[in-house]
Ligand binder design. Sequence first.
Ligand SMILES: C[S@@+](CC[C@H](N)C(=O)[O-])C[C@H]1O[C@@H](n2cnc3c(N)ncnc32)[C@H](O)[C@@H]1O
Length: 254
Amino acid sequence: MRRLLIIGIGVGNPDHLTVQAIDALNRADVFFMPDKGEEKAALRHLRQEICERFVKEARYRTVDVTIPRRAAEGVDYHAGVDAWHASLQAKYEALFAEHLAEGECGAFLVWGEPALYDSTLRIIERIAAKGLAIEWEAIPGISAVQVLAARHRMPLNRIGSSVLITTGRRIAEGFPETADTVVVMLDGDQAFRHLAARADLEIFWGAYLGTTNEILVSGKLSDVAEEILRIRRRLRDEKGWIMDTYLLRRAAPG
Ligand SMILES: C[S@@+](CC[C@H](N)C(=O)[O-])C[C@H]1O[C@@H](n2cnc3c(N)ncnc32)[C@H](O)[C@@H]1O
């Protein structure tokens, strides 16, 4: 039987690894290191730092995995994602055949929390469903959402209220009627700018959370939207990549 560990590593600060994650790192024979375009150097560096710092005996191997780019969004979003997952599945199957021997343990160091906007668990499930004898375990990690809330020193939910976590693509359709608080991830298009005329919304924004480049802005959306757009553009140009997450909520009465 081959074994796989899907380990959440946080979003930029190695101090955010859990004790359980560190134990898991020490069980791995081989680390599969994803390589994802522009942000690759920074993210790869963090993964390497984590292995060097936390693995007690450096007997492990590392294998680079070039992640194929998802095709630009067509008419059918779900079909596009499914095709992308199929290509990832084929890639992982080939990697396991070549680099993970029977009885060995492989690990994926997943950015943030594996259960949140990450496909690794879905792909592994697809591979197992096809019949590959594989056992796998997910180890939770600290998500960008948690770091955002901690750095703004705020609870995510208002008392007794719910929180919706969604994508930029979704929030571009409008602030959900029934929502009080919305956390937005994966927003390459700064969808909040479409809501900037609304005087009733507050934003709590964070980029490069957990890293030494972390930057935070908060305030009434109509007051700070332009400033966030400006900062975001500058940093993205300077570094070649950016990851940001933000919380939008209706301002409390009064
Ligand atoms: C593919 S999702 C992965 C989310 C990850 N699994 C998590 O738990 O945070 C990538 C999105 O997470 C958010 N993100 C990840 N790392 C971040 C960071 N260091 N600072 C701000 N946002 C981050 C951004 O919204 C980015 O578009």
